[in-house]
Design a protein around this ligand. Sequence first.
Ligand code: ADE
Length: 256
Amino acid sequence: MRFDVLTLFPRIFDGYLGESLLHKAIEAGLVQVHTHDIRDWSRDKHRKVDDRPFGGGPGMVLQVEPIVDCVEAVSRQAETAGRLVMLTPQGRRLTQSVVEELAEEPRLILLCGRYEGFDQRVIDLLQPDELSIGDYILNGGETAAMVMIDAVVRLIPGVLGDEQSSVDDSFSHGDRLLEFPHYTRPRVFRGLETPPVLLSGDHQAIARWRREQSYLRTEQRRADLLPDSTESATGTTSDPQTPTLSKDSRDEPRAD
Ligand code: ADE
């Protein structure tokens, strides 16, 4: 999968792209990330790409010409034109199901805003998919683009060691539950014990306990995620196969 990131600050991405899972995915040829400096498409001798808003008001607006030129030129750099995504607090919310939809694309072009945002004609002409990572205002779309890349790449087959682990952590399969608590060695720390059931070796009992804990947590913290029909934290209506919002539940902790 190929990402092209259009930004005024391409170096912001260097650290993130050079570390951990994403670095490995790039090394393995599963993911390509190309950053592009929007200023390279400026028509101004000072590489200016913003101007004051017509009608007055604070801040600066990203100009239509360099942005449209940049998107069109970058789009032509690969065979597939790619899906254009604009990171903006005005967009629809990025959820796990949107992430899943994006992960199906062969190429995403991510347009990162700064300042007061883009001239409206950028949106009218290019009709990007406008996406927001949450109801708060960031200094720019770059961190939102990183969040999006991060969430999308872990769904690309082969990026995670065990493909099952991105199935386990899904927010998007029917019932959505928060993850149950995890424990690992030592068994006791400052008097805080590991729940004995986890050391029992009884896999059915462990699965039951985890399911109950997931329901309890979801009920206490994020009742909005529970379907209306869910009656109690003990899972009277629960499906034993219900996936949780877990990051990774592959590894069984050892008792010792
Ligand atoms: N740019 C500024 N704030 C943002 C947000 N919440 N989501 C996506 N892009 C943004």
